[in-house]
Ligand binder design. Structure first.
Ligand code: DC
Length: 228
């Protein structure tokens, strides 16, 4: 790594492990760009839903990938995208996308397409990228890999609090059961399953504050001489 090559920080882990909050804050502290790779899979899912494409129909999804234009841009300290000139905004967080995104993310052509876009983002500068396969597949050569985890009950509590804020009353037991199902689906799929990347620094954030987790990353970068 020379002084001009971008630094990539890979933050992987299961859903509601605190990846987004930690990655955003670390990016802001370091002056790096933040990337939510899950939002890319959600974007493709959004386009499929919009066009009535079955997320399990590999041929139809492949045809869609050939047809669409996914353009990358930098906005508010993050790398984001437009699909055919449109910003899907909060629609990627809605129920229709939520229900189909795991099927889309399991499609091999989608993974090839998104991984290539994620790698292209390094041309914008140094990145903090969160996802499931960033340290294992997208940027396996980066020395800065983190696997963020938290106990399932803690993750369900965090997710329920988020849903409470955005959608009203939530049932924590139902959230826990849905989280466990998603973990199982993400970890057992044939293509790029959620796994701990070789050499990743494992952080169990149960009982840790966001700043404490960010500090682990900052301390590593300081020790490596990336920041003063
Ligand atoms: O992090 P998220 O909930 O927004 O992710 C949405 C879906 O995309 C989820 O099913 C996991 C999947 N995903 C993935 O397979 N690989 C990534 N790098 C990021 C997300």
């Amino acid at each position: 790594m020379n002084s001009t090559s971008p630094v990539i920080i890979a933050v992987d882990g299961p859903s509601a492990s605190g990846k987004s909050t930690v990655s955003r804050r670390a990016a802001k502290t370091l002056g790096f760009l933040y990337v939510d790779s899950g939002a890319m899979y959600r974007g493709i899912t959004w386009k499929c839903v919009k066009e009535g494409i079955d997320p399990r129909d590999t041929q139809a999804v492949t045809n869609l990938l050939i047809r669409i234009k996914m353009e990358l841009l930098v906005k508010d300290g993050a790398v984001t995208y437009l699909i055919d000139g449109e910003d899907p905004g909060q629609e990627i967080r809605g129920q229709a996308v939520r229900e189909s995104v795991a099927d889309i993310a399991a499609q091999q052509p989608v993974r090839v397409y998104i991984v290539s876009k994620l790698r292209d983002m390094a041309t914008f500068g140094s990145l903090v990228m969160e996802g499931r396969d960033i340290g294992s597949v997208v940027f396996p050569d980066t020395p800065f890999k983190y696997y963020l985890d938290a106990d399932p009950e803690e993750r369900a509590r965090r997710r329920a609090a988020e849903l409470q804020a955005t959608e009203g009353a939530t049932d924590q037991a139902a959230v826990l059961s849905s989280l466990r199902k998603r973990d199982q689906k993400d970890s057992s799929r044939a293509t790029a399953p959620l796994q701990i990347a070789l050499g990743a620094h494992i952080i169990n954030s149960t009982g840790m504050s966001i700043d404490q987790v960010v500090d682990v990353i900052i301390t590593d970068l300081r020790a490596a001489g990336v920041i003063p």
